[in-house]
Write a new protein. Structure first.
Length: 132
């Protein structure tokens, strides 16, 4: 079963909460596993400070369950299961209704059931977004 469901709640003309639930399958390059199933939930709160300025805060959780390939010599290895938690803080400026510049900080922490696959990541993003 693969799906994506999203919902938005506008609290005021300046404040919005967006949520997404998803379940996807992705190919894996891990020995003994052809794919993994990712179950994820995200929530993003956006607040317009003034007409062109806004800030946002996002939280995310994702669980990746890797398949066990019974035909592989690696089938005797432990099954891999990852939990990822993410936080994003950003600010932006709307040049026009559908054109914005954004600066974001993204933190991700992954805990894996297999040693050596844990990590923490800090990411700084500068984005220009356009839509129509």
């Amino acid at each position: 079963l693969i799906f994506t469901a999203s919902a938005n709640r506008r609290f005021s003309p300046r404040a919005t909460l967006a949520g997404v639930l998803s379940r996807e399958e992705s190919q894996s390059s891990m020995l003994g596993s052809n794919y993994y199933v990712a179950n994820a939930a995200t929530a993003t709160f956006t607040h317009k400070i003034a007409k062109p300025l806004f800030w946002s805060l996002g939280l995310a959780y994702q669980n990746n369950s890797y398949s066990a390939d019974s035909t592989s010599a690696a089938a005797n290895f432990a099954r891999r299961d990852d939990d990822l938690i993410g936080v994003r803080v950003g600010a932006g400026y709307y040049f026009r209704e559908r054109l914005s510049f954004r600066v974001n900080y993204d933190y991700t922490d992954r805990k894996s059931s297999i040693a050596g696959f844990d990590f923490s990541k800090n990411l700084y993003l500068f984005e220009i977004q356009a839509g129509w």
